[in-house]
Design a protein around this ligand. Structure first.
Ligand code: ZN
Length: 239
């Protein structure tokens, strides 16, 4: 199984959305598609298809915030023949080569929000994606064998106190996982590979997030904004 973070959340200057591509030898799918234009979404689809050699079959939806998914984005995906998998809306959930479970994440209480576990039986690998919000360790299937996790490290608690109430992410900080909670969570589940994303622009820095999360997690963590060496394309994580 391979993973590439196409849009890493709020630390991305051009586009604040989230989109993660996951593929096996048989299936390519996205988790979220927070693009701001049809042009950007279709270019990303073409890039992912070229990278994986597979057609993009499906987009799984973590929640309906427009930087992740919306009716407009649903229309763009439909135009490109990409199926949408939303919890409670979708009957066929698994893909031929993977089993996928959704689990509840604590985020904005008015917007149901989900994380996903993806298992590939042929390789016996399990990846988890906690796109935004606060996960419960007990709620994640197969946590004890996690080969990969994508999780947010949204803000630094001290920077949040120093710069309160001046942007969306500080007002809604309680809906997001801070560096400290992210590190403590990783310390409990000890995945083989951990990638952190959705860093607040004003309440975090990549260096601070990496240092604090690594210290508390007791393991190396990677930033979702990492690129392939000497290239501008996002890094591909091999699980
Ligand atoms: Zn959200």
């Amino acid at each position: 199984m391979k993973v590439s973070v196409i849009l890493p959340g709020s630390a991305s200057i051009q586009n604040k959305g989230v989109c993660i591509a996951v593929w096996t030898s048989k299936d390519l799918f996205w988790i979220d598609a927070g693009f701001t234009s049809f042009k950007a979404l279709s270019k990303a689809k073409r890039d992912c298809e070229k990278l994986s050699g597979l057609p993009l079959s499906c987009c799984y939806v973590s929640h309906r915030h427009s930087d992740h998914f919306s009716d407009k984005i649903a229309g763009w995906l439909k135009k490109l023949n990409v199926a949408v998998a939303e919890v409670g809306q979708t009957r066929s959930w698994d893909l031929p080569s993977v089993e996928i479970w959704a689990w509840t994440v604590r985020h904005n209480p008015t917007i149901p929000t989900y994380g996903f576990s993806v298992a590939e039986p042929i390789s016996d690998k399990v990846a988890a994606f906690c796109i935004e919000g606060r996960p419960e360790l007990s709620g994640i299937p197969s946590t004890y064998t996690l080969d990969f996790i994508y999780i947010e490290a949204n803000h630094d608690p001290d920077l949040l106190l120093r710069f309160p109430q001046s942007d969306y992410h500080s007002q809604n900080a309680q809906w997001h996982l801070d560096n400290k909670s992210c590190g403590q969570f990783l310390a409990k589940c000890q995945p083989k590979i951990a990638v952190i994303g959705n860093l607040s622009e004003s309440r975090n820095t990549p260096a601070l997030a990496k240092m604090d999360v690594e210290r508390l997690a007791g393991m190396e963590v990677h930033l979702a904004t990492e690129c392939e060496p000497h290239k501008k394309i996002p890094k591909v994580w091999e699980i």
